[in-house]
Write a protein that binds this ligand. Structure first.
Ligand code: ZN
Ligand code: ZN
Length: 114
């Protein structure tokens, strides 16, 4: 199958650009069904992350009630803190206290008084 250069129009800047035979062969090779939509310049601009939208979710801080955005999807029922409240949080111990059960008496100490 022979490919010939084609002129396509960039959806971003509206400029014509060449979809070369070599590129078509590459696309055919990779089984890409769609023609490229953007010229090289616009593609480079996009992949450089200039207009990448961060997935920020609007939510309300469960500590102070301020509206805040978080870079993740908050789980239902989980408290979400704004940046300042998050920094105010005391550092949680990473490990559970190993001897937790020894603090609670298993039996009443004052047994056998009668
Ligand atoms: Zn373009
Ligand atoms: Zn807060």
């Amino acid at each position: 199958m022979a490919f010939t250069d084609r002129i396509l129009t960039c959806v971003d800047c509206g400029e014509d650009f060449v979809f070369t035979a070599g590129e078509q062969l590459f696309f055919h090779d990779k089984q890409f069904m769609n023609d490229p939509k953007r010229c090289k310049a616009c593609k480079a601009k996009r992949s450089s992350g200039g207009s990448r939208v961060r997935a920020e979710t609007r939510t309300t801080c469960s500590e102070c009630g301020e509206e805040t955005t978080v870079p993740f999807k908050p789980t239902q029922g989980r408290p979400v803190l704004c940046r300042s409240c998050f920094q105010k949080q005391p550092a949680k111990p990473v490990t559970e206290p190993a001897a937790a059960e020894t603090h609670e008496p298993a039996e009443p100490v004052s047994a056998g008084t009668n």
